[in-house]
Write a protein that binds this ligand. Structure first.
Ligand code: ZN
Length: 386
C-alpha cells in the first residue's frame, strides 16, 4: 500500500503538520505564487449583508478540555493560502455557484445540472471549512489531511437537505457543525443558515447509491486510514428508486432533499455492475455522477432533468428556529457515526475516540443524538467519556 502522497512528498507526519498553515487549500502544495482563498467566498456574506459580522468558532480543545475563549473572526478575515493558479481555476465555479445559490434561495427556477454544480460548491465549502477550522484551532488533534479541496469535490455521494424557517432570524449568515472535534476527524456533515433557509451538506462514500439505484458498497471496511481507502463488496446497480430512501439518516423535520450518487472511484473496474438504468440516470450529467434526485416533504420525489428548469421551492415553510440545534446534533451524530465506522474496522485509537466523544458531549445542547451515541459506544465496548 503506498503511503499518503502528501506524506511521501514531505517525508514525515510532524513536518507536514507544521507546514499545513502554509499549504494551498485546493491542492495541498506549498504555493509558488501565493494568493489567499476566502473559504467562505466573499459573495456569500455580501449577499447576506453580513460582511461586517463575526463568526465564532469553538475554543481550542486539547486533552479533553476547552482552553480559553471561543475564536471570533470576521468573514472577510477567514482566508487561507492558495496557489494563484488554483485560485483562478475556481473563479468560474464560484461565479456560477453564486448565481445558482441566489436562484435557489429566492425560489426561482433551477435545473438538475445547476443543482449538481451547487452540490460541488457545498463540497468545496465543507472541505475548505474543515481545513480552515483545523488551522485556526492549531490542529490540536494532529489530523493529517488526506485530501484537499481539488481532490475531494465531487468524489463521494453527496446530499443537501434544505429547510425554510418560519421567520428569518439573525444572524443572517451562520455556519455550524464544523467546530467539533468529530468534524476534524470526519468532515461528513455541516450546516449553513442563510437568512430563512438552512442547508445541511452531507457527503460520504455510497450514501446515495441505493436511493438512485447505483451499485452499492456493502460490508465495507476502512483498509487504509491514511489514504481513507475503503474495501468491501460491490452489489450491482438496480436502477430502481426506492421511496423514503433517506429515512435511515434520521434527519430532523421535513427538509427537501437533493441527492447525487458519484462513481468516480469505481467506474473503470466495475463497469459490468452498471446497467442501462444507471446510464439513463446519469445522462447529461458530468462524468461519474448521477442525475439529481429531489425528495420533497410529504414523500414525492423525482429525478431532475439536467437542463430542464424547474421550481425547487417546495422547501417547506413554517419550521421554527428550533430546528437549528436539532440540525446541529444531527451533524455531530453523523460525524461520530462515520468516525465510528472507520475506527471500529481498524483497531480503534482510544485517544481519538475520547476526543471525539468529549467534543460531541460538550457541543451538544440537545441530548437525543448524544444519548444514542453513548448507547452505541457502550454497546461497542468503548470507554465512554461523555
Ligand atoms: Zn494549489
Amino acid at each position: 500500500m503506498s503511503p499518503n502522497p502528501y506524506l511521501r512528498a514531505e517525508g514525515s507526519k510532524e513536518r507536514l503538520i507544521r507546514s499545513l498553515s502554509k499549504r494551498c487549500v485546493f491542492c495541498g502544495r506549498i504555493p509558488d505564487s501565493k494568493t489567499v482563498e476566502h473559504v467562505v467566498p466573499k459573495w456569500l456574506p455580501r449577499m447576506a449583508e453580513a460582511e461586517g459580522d463575526f463568526v465564532q468558532f469553538a475554543p481550542l480543545f486539547r486533552d479533553g478540555n476547552f482552553e480559553g475563549d471561543p475564536t471570533l473572526i470576521r468573514w472577510s478575515s477567514f482566508q487561507f493560502p492558495a496557489c494563484k493558479r488554483c485560485n483562478e481555476g475556481s473563479a468560474a465555479a464560484e461565479a456560477r455557484a453564486s448565481s445558482i445559490f441566489k436562484n435557489l434561495v429566492s425560489g426561482r427556477l433551477v435545473n438538475g445540472l445547476e443543482i449538481s454544480h451547487l452540490l460541488s460548491w457545498f463540497d468545496k465549502l465543507r472541505v475548505g471549512l474543515w481545513l480552515g477550522v483545523q488551522r485556526i484551532n492549531q490542529n490540536p488533534q494532529g489530523v493529517v489531511p488526506n485530501f484537499y479541496i481539488n481532490s475531494r469535490v465531487g468524489r463521494d455521494d453527496r446530499l443537501l437537505a434544505v429547510y425554510r424557517l418560519a421567520d428569518a432570524s439573525l444572524p443572517r449568515l451562520q455556519i455550524g457543525g464544523v467546530g467539533a472535534t468529530s468534524f476534524h476527524f470526519s468532515p461528513v456533515a455541516m450546516w449553513m443558515k442563510f437568512d430563512d433557509v438552512v442547508f445541511v451538506s452531507i457527503s460520504h462514500l455510497g450514501i446515495c447509491a441505493n436511493a438512485l439505484g447505483f451499485p452499492e458498497f456493502t460490508n465495507r471496511k476502512l483498509i487504509n486510514s491514511l489514504l481513507g481507502l475503503f474495501g468491501g463488496r460491490l452489489l450491482p446497480g438496480t436502477g430502481s428508486l426506492p421511496e423514503g430512501a433517506f429515512a435511515f439518516l434520521g434527519l430532523p423535520g421535513s427538509p427537501t432533499l437533493l441527492s447525487q450518487a458519484m462513481v468516480h472511484r469505481w467506474i473503470h473496474s466495475a463497469r459490468h455492475l452498471f446497467t442501462h438504468h444507471e446510464a439513463a440516470i446519469s445522462r447529461g450529467m458530468p462524468y461519474g455522477s448521477s442525475r439529481i434526485r429531489a425528495d420533497w416533504p410529504g414523500g414525492d420525489f423525482a429525478v431532475l432533468e439536467p437542463n430542464h428548469k424547474q421550481f425547487l421551492t417546495p422547501v417547506q415553510r413554517g419550521i421554527s428556529g428550533h430546528i437549528l440545534p436539532m440540525v446541529s446534533d444531527f451533524c455531530l451524530g453523523l460525524q461520530l457515526a462515520t468516525l465510528r465506522e472507520a475506527v471500529l474496522s481498524l483497531e480503534a485509537d482510544p485517544h481519538e475516540l475520547a476526543l471525539a466523544h468529549n467534543s460531541l458531549g460538550a457541543a451538544s445542547r440537545h441530548h437525543r443524538h448524544l444519548l444514542e451515541a453513548r448507547r452505541r459506544a457502550k454497546a461497542a465496548g468503548w470507554s465512554v467519556y461523555f
